[in-house]
Design a protein around this ligand. Structure first.
Ligand code: LMR
Length: 428
């Protein structure tokens, strides 16, 4: 019956981790999937999460079904966390972390709003899978030129987009590039969305990871709300609570009235019932317990500062380790020189060709060095290494990152940063 079926290609993110696990080398480095590591290279159970977990287990924990819309107290607290204030017109339901929330959101929006979704051309690879399987018509809009935000083209593409369509945005710490719009650009984008009557959906998987501050990272969502838009958000607590396997997340819908919110919530629940009946409770209970207790919440907010701070520290270390080893900026964007090529197209040959000029300018102090590594934010760095270089890193140096050149900064540690820089320098 299935004898003509071919095995599918490996997932561009999870497949790399499988390859890493199969590598017998002892000095291998995994920078593929976005999962926070301590400076010792270990997963981190956040202390307030461990405390909440302990309280739950020691308390009267039962295992009854949750409603299809999830744990009510959790939804209310998540809504408050994102908005910074309560809202009568919000419909918030529990989702299965980022992916499940996105699926639920787009199932609803395709049925009740529009199938057309504009997606940043460079985005988390799973967005395309989710949108395809939700039956949406996903259309790319320009996001980057090389490693920089291509603001003029982004705006031009959205100006051309169908009025009333859905636009997918990354709330903060854009995955994979780490390149976010500035506050000024968010304001422009907000005005554009109003003018074109877009329905903005914020993928919110890294709340607190860009700046270390939830309120700062939530600012674009709040700005859109203040300006009368009714944005949606798909939230994941995998990264910021370290609850990767608990699938704690939420879909937040901004509605025009309390009556509308109640209907939207009901329909989201109805869709969830057919997809998976009801969400898992434990992760949501942990998040709920942390957010319900002011002291635990404060400790959680400190954890965000620790995680984003360690990543920023590794960015600085990797940048200086690379600068010490290589005499060119492979994303040259300096006085008088602009390499106009996509990240993937910039290869060693191009770099060699411009090397002499760059080195001269560099010596003058006129050329920015590996500035993209420290200017990008969040968990990832879009290195600009091409596929060939990435594959050489794997084969020759046991360093695993995505073929797109995305590297998880969260996997960089004080002890692997030097070997990593050496390996990158060797394949340039
Ligand atoms: C990533 O981008 O590495 C994470 O969001 C994990 C995933 O599911 O892809």
């Amino acid at each position: 019956r299935f004898d003509t079926l071919q095995a599918p290609p490996k997932d561009p993110i999870l497949g790399v981790k499988e390859e890493f696990l199969a590598d017998a080398a002892t000095d291998k480095i995994n920078l593929s999937v976005g999962a926070y590591r301590t400076d010792e290279g270990q997963p981190w159970v956040l202390p307030p999460v461990a405390e909440a977990r302990k309280r739950l287990i020691e308390g009267k924990l039962e295992h009854e079904y949750l409603p299809s819309t999830g744990l009510k107290s959790y939804c209310d607290r998540v809504d408050l966390l994102l908005r910074g204030k309560t809202s009568e017109t919000s419909a918030t339901v529990q989702g299965l972390s980022g992916t499940g929330g996105l699926r639920l959101c787009f199932e609803f929006l395709r049925r009740h709003h529009s199938p057309t979704v504009y997606v940043p051309a460079v985005t988390w690879s799973n967005h395309w899978n989710v949108l395809r399987d939700a039956g949406c018509d996903a259309r790319p809009y320009t996001y980057l030129d090389g490693i920089k935000l291509d603001w003029p083209k982004l705006v031009a593409d959205l100006e051309q987009a169908e009025e009333g369509a859905i636009i997918l945005l990354h709330l903060c710490a854009h995955n994979p590039s780490g390149v976010d719009p500035s506050s000024e650009q968010w304001r422009e984008l907000c005005a554009l969305c109003q003018r074109k009557r877009f329905l903005p959906v914020f993928d919110s998987a890294y709340l607190g990871f860009a700046s270390g501050d939830v309120d700062k990272d939530a600012a674009p969502f709040r700005l859109f709300c203040e300006n009368g838009l009714q944005p949606w958000a798909c939230i994941s607590f995998s990264k910021n609570f370290g609850l990767y396997s608990e699938r704690a997340g939420a879909v937040v819908a901004s509605c025009a009235s309390a009556r509308e919110a109640s209907a939207v919530r009901g329909h989201l629940g109805k869709l969830a019932r057919a997809l998976y009946s009801n969400p898992p409770a434990f992760g949501a209970r942990v998040v709920d317990a942390v957010l319900a207790d002011a002291a635990l919440e404060a400790r959680w907010r400190e954890c965000l500062v620790v995680m984003s701070g360690r990543i920023a520290d590794m960015r600085a270390k990797l940048r200086s380790a690379l600068e010490a080893r290589t005499a060119r900026d492979w994303f040259v964007h300096c006085v008088g020189i602009k390499v106009r090529a996509s990240a993937r197209a910039i290869d060693a040959t191009v770099c060699h060709a411009i090397d002499a000029t760059v080195s001269a300018r560099w010596r003058d102090g006129r050329c920015p060095r590996r500035s993209h590594i420290t200017s990008q934010v969040g968990m990832f760095s879009y290195t600009g290494l091409n596929k060939q270089q990435v594959l050489r890193l794997r084969a020759e140096h046991h360093v695993y990152m995505l073929e797109s050149g995305r590297l998880s900064m969260a996997g960089v540690t004080s002890s692997n940063v030097e070997p990593l820089a050496a390996a990158i320098a060797a394949v340039l």
